[in-house]
Write a protein that binds this ligand. Structure first.
Ligand code: 4AZ
Length: 260
């Protein structure tokens, strides 16, 4: 899912240091999220900066989009945001980004929610506290920064949805001194690729870390933060969804683990 700021004029075009809310030339502000049920998208709280007073009316949600600035009406489904819930213990001024999780309830213009199509599916939520073994390979995706091959050592926003694989790291490794020390909380985990070549980057946050189990894709993480991108000892940090089953159930009324 990708939400996009509708009314360009409503918000001043001022940059903050944080992430997924950045404008790129001729593009709207983009936020990534994951469809977890026909009416609910899960994203990151820091994607909705309160200093910009972002509110639900500022957003539209597009499902099935795979390129920015291109509308493929055969694939896309468009929604308004009926409800925007940011975790109340998320503090955008804290440096650990603890509780970086948000839910968007979506509604189409006929009052409907998402339809299952070849380009729109829900992700499963894993059972409470059920974390995968360290070393598991999972998929991350987004429109975030990628290396710009035309200009060495620079990055650009990807026009197309990209995906890559990363491996889950153990908390003891990620909390070690060379890595992030105490900045990583119990509500987060880290993931990186073998030689630090692949990573999430600015603009990817709010998007998914999905792991396959029994032929289904489970949303284990939400892309949250990291020191730079693809840097040695600086893995991507993800919100640990298995700590939030109760919170998700309470906000949405959904039973959070999916077997069928
Ligand atoms: C960001 O600013 C961001 N390398 C997201 C992920 C990572 C770094 C920054 C992880 O949205």
């Amino acid at each position: 899912a990708k939400t996009s700021e509708e009314a360009k004029t409503k918000l001043p075009n001022q940059d903050t240091e944080m992430t997924c809310g950045e404008r790129t030339p001729q593009q709207n502000f983009k936020i990534i999220g994951t469809l977890i049920a026909p009416c609910w998208v899960l994203s990151a709280a820091h994607c909705f900066p309160q200093d910009k007073r972002t509110k639900k009316g500022d957003y539209s949600v597009y499902l099935g989009k795979d390129a920015t600035n291109e509308a493929d009406m055969r694939k896309e489904q468009t929604f308004a945001v009926a409800k925007l819930v940011l975790h109340k213990n998320f503090d955008e001024n804290a440096d650990d980004f603890n509780n970086d999780i948000a839910l968007l309830q979506i509604v189409g213009n006929n009052g409907q929610c998402a339809q299952k199509t070849p380009s729109a599916r829900t992700a499963c939520l894993p059972p409470p506290q059920h974390m995968l073994p360290y070393g598991s390979f999972c998929h991350i995706a987004g429109y975030g920064l990628e290396r710009n091959d035309e200009i060495p050592d620079t990055f650009k926003y990807s026009r197309y949805m990209k995906e890559t694989q990363v491996q889950i790291l153990s908390p003891s490794v990620c909390k070690s001194k060379d890595y992030y020390g105490k900045r990583v909380t119990e509500n987060q985990f880290c993931a990186a690729s073998k030689n630090w070549t692949e990573d999430a980057c600015k603009g990817d946050s709010g998007g998914p870390l999905l792991c396959e189990a029994n032929g289904r894709m489970f949303l284990f993480g939400v892309i949250s933060w990291g020191d730079g991108c693809a840097r040695k000892f600086k893995p991507g940090v993800y919100t640990k969804i298995t700590n939030y089953n109760n919170w998700i159930a309470k906000q949405t009324g959904l039973l959070t683990f999916t077997n069928g």
